[in-house]
Write a protein that binds this ligand. Structure first.
Ligand SMILES: [Zn+2]
Length: 155
């Protein structure tokens, strides 16, 4: 597929060493369009939208951010801790605006699933349906993410 100049810019932004040391693609050879499309198909299969996942992540992130220092237990079964780092980061899709650098460490105490995400992850999931490439530091598998955020439910 021939990339337009703006797509090429996005693609470059996602590579290691551009916006972040690790980049957003990991060891994934697929084009970011294909990563988004394939994750979208998974979301349809498990009956949840990227926005629903992102809203749930935002809910936990907001609570953890209020505490700022140390972990908190939310709704009796989720442990969340926000770690703040200096600096800001921009979206690789070249949006205006910046995102806090920080990581949210999340554990579902019922099923034991532990995840880590960033404020930028939430934005990329909500706005772009992008969960990062496989092997990327902050790749979030949609199936695991749903299990972590909502419990095992009907999976
Ligand atoms: Zn964006």
């Amino acid at each position: 597929m021939k990339e337009t100049p703006s797509e090429l810019r996005i693609h470059n932004n996602m590579k290691a060493g551009y916006l972040t040391v690790e980049g957003f693609l990991g060891k994934d050879d697929r084009h970011f369009h294909d990563i988004i499309r394939e994750d979208h198909a998974v979301l349809q299969k498990i009956s949840i939208s990227a926005v629903q996942l992102a809203e749930r992540m935002e809910y936990f992130t907001g609570k953890a951010f209020e505490i700022y220092d140390g972990a908190i237990i939310i709704d009796e079964k989720f442990r969340v801790e926000y770690k703040s780092y200096r600096g800001k980061i921009i979206c690789p899709f070249a949006h205006p605006g910046v995102f806090r650098k920080g990581e949210i460490f999340f554990k579902n105490l019922e099923n034991g699933i532990e995840l880590c995400w960033t404020p930028l992850n939430i934005h990329m999931i909500a706005e772009h349906g992008f969960f990062e490439g496989k092997g990327s530091k902050h790749r979030l598998d949609p199936v695991i993410l749903k299990q972590a955020l909502f419990g095992n439910g009907d999976l």
